[in-house]
Design a protein around this ligand. Structure first.
Ligand SMILES: C[S@@+](CC[C@H](N)C(=O)[O-])C[C@H]1O[C@@H](n2cnc3c(N)ncnc32)[C@H](O)[C@@H]1O
Length: 369
C-alpha cells in the first residue's frame, strides 16, 4: 500500500517522454529536446488517406499493437479535451486513446499516462513517440501521489478504460485467456505477488466459491470450487488449459459462451484486486479533477459499471453527462468484437474548488463541501 510520496518511486518507473523534469527521476535523463510534436499537416494528410474523421495514427508505430481503442469517437466527443489542457489517461494500455487525447490538447497541453503493466507502457511508448506524454508505471489508485510528483494540483480530465488490453489477453504467458495454454498467472502488474495459480491451489473451497459467485456471477460456483479442490488434491493446477477443461467438464455450455469465461473473469478480478482499485479511483477522483473538468470511464462488466454509475450519482461532485451508458455501434462491434460489452459513462466535476490532494488518502472519507 502506498503511504508516502517518497515511496512512490518504488512503485513506479517513468518510461516515456516528458515535458517536465518534475515528473521524472533524474536517472531517466530526458530533456525537453525529446518533445517533438508531429506536424499538423502530416496528421491531416494521414487522416484524409485513411478516410477517417479522426486523425490517423498510422505513422505512430502502432502496427504491432493488437488493441483497438473502444468507443473512441464517443470518448473524444463526450470528454472534449481542448488545446492546452492537462489530462490523465489512467489506463494507457497501447496508447490508442492517449494518442488522440495528446493530439487534442496539443503541444501546450500535458498528458500524464499511467499503466501498471510495463509491457503495455513499452507499446504505448512506441505509439506515443514524439508526443508530450508523460508515461508512468503506477496503479491508478496512486494517482494523487503521481500527480503530486508531477507538480500537478488538479487536472482538466481523466480517462479510465478498465480491464485489460488485447495484447495482454493474447499473450499466452500472461495466462489471461482460456483460448491459449499458458501458466495460471493473470497478473497485469508483474510486481504483484498473488497469481491465479496461488488462488486455485491454496484458497479454501468456500473462498473459491465466493469469488466465482461474486466476481464471475457464476451460478455453478460451488460445483466448480469443489472440483478444483478435488483436482488439486491429486495434482496442483498450473495451466490455463487444465483449468478451462476442468470448468468445461462440470458446467453445461449455454449459448455461444465458453463455460470457462466466468471463472477466468473471477480469477482475473481477484488476482488484480480490480474492484478495490476501481472503488479507490472513484473515491479519489473528486480530489484531482478541477471544477468543470470531465471524467470518462469505460467498463466491461456490470460489477464495474454499477460502481461507476453509483459514484457519479454523488451530486456534491458530479453532474452526469451520460444519462444512459454509451455503448458501441453495431459497426464498431463488427470491426472489433471485443468492444461488445463496453459501456462509457461521463461526468463533469461540479463545485467551485478541487478537494486538496495528495494527502487525501483514498480510504479517508471525502471532505464535505
Ligand atoms: C483496456 S486497456 C486500455 C487500452 C487503451 N485505452 C488503448 O486505447 O490502448 C486497460 C489497461 O489498463 C491497465 N490497468 C488495469 N488496471 C489498472 C490499474 N489499477 N492501474 C493502472 N493500470 C491499470 C491494464 O494493464 C491495461 O493496459
Amino acid at each position: 500500500m502506498y503511504n508516502g510520496v517518497t515511496e512512490q518511486w518504488n512503485v513506479r518507473r517513468a518510461v516515456g517522454t516528458a515535458p517536465s523534469a518534475a515528473c521524472l527521476p533524474k536517472e531517466f535523463g530526458l530533456t525537453g529536446k525529446e518533445l517533438q510534436f508531429m506536424p499538423g499537416a502530416g496528421q491531416q494528410a494521414a487522416a484524409a488517406e485513411s478516410g477517417s474523421a479522426l486523425p490517423s495514427q498510422a505513422s505512430a508505430g502502432d502496427e504491432a499493437i493488437g488493441h483497438q481503442p473502444v468507443l473512441l469517437e464517443e470518448v473524444l466527443q463526450g470528454l472534449s479535451p481542448a488545446a492546452g489542457q492537462t489530462w490523465v489517461d489512467v489506463t494507457v494500455g497501447g496508447g490508442g486513446h492517449a494518442w488522440h487525447l495528446a493530439q487534442a490538447i496539443g503541444p501546450q497541453g500535458r498528458l500524464i499516462a499511467l499503466d501498471q503493466d510495463p509491457q503495455m507502457l513499452k507499446l504505448a511508448r512506441r505509439r506515443l513517440q514524439g508526443l508530450p506524454v508523460e508515461l508512468v508505471q503506477a496503479r491508478f489508485e496512486d494517482l494523487p501521489a503521481v500527480l503530486a510528483d508531477c507538480g500537478v494540483a488538479a487536472v482538466d480530465g481523466v480517462l479510465a478504460d478498465l480491464g485489460f488490453a488485447s495484447d495482454q489477453m493474447d499473450a499466452p504467458q500472461r495466462g489471461l485467456s482460456f483460448r491459449h495454454d499458458g501458466p495460471l498467472d493473470m497478473r497485469l502488474d508483474p510486481h504483484r505477488e498473488l497469481t491465479a495459480a496461488a488462488i486455485v491451489n491454496s484458497w479454501s473451497e468456500a473462498e473459491l466459491a465466493r469469488i466465482l459467485w461474486e466476481y464471475g456471477e457464476e451460478r455453478f460456483s460451488r460445483r466448480i470450487a469443489r472440483r478444483i479442490v478435488e483436482q488439486r488434491r491429486r495434482r496442483p493446477l498450473h495451466s490455463t488449459r487444465e483449468l478451462a477443461e476442468l470448468v468445461r467438464s462440470c458446467v453445461p455450455r449455454r449459448g455461444g459462451i465458453d463455460p470457462a469465461t466466468r471463472t477466468f473473469q473471477a480469477l482475473r478480478i481477484a488476482v488484480n484486486a480490480e474492484l478495490e482499485a476501481l472503488d479507490r479511483l472513484l473515491a479519489l477522483l473528486p480530489g484531482v479533477v478541477r471544477p468543470g473538468g470531465r471524467v470518462g470511464i469505460i467498463s466491461f462488466h456490470s460489477l464495474e459499471d454499477r460502481r461507476v454509475k453509483q459514484a457519479f450519482r454523488d451530486a456534491r461532485f458530479w453532474q452526469v453527462l451520460t444519462k444512459k451508458p454509451v455503448v458501441p455501434t453495431a459497426a464498431e462491434i463488427a470491426r472489433n468484437p471485443r468492444a461488445r460489452s463496453a459501456k462509457l459513462r461521463i461526468a463533469q466535476r461540479t463545485g467551485q474548488q478541487a478537494v486538496p490532494h495528495p494527502f487525501h488518502h483514498p480510504h479517508d472519507p471525502l471532505p464535505r463541501r
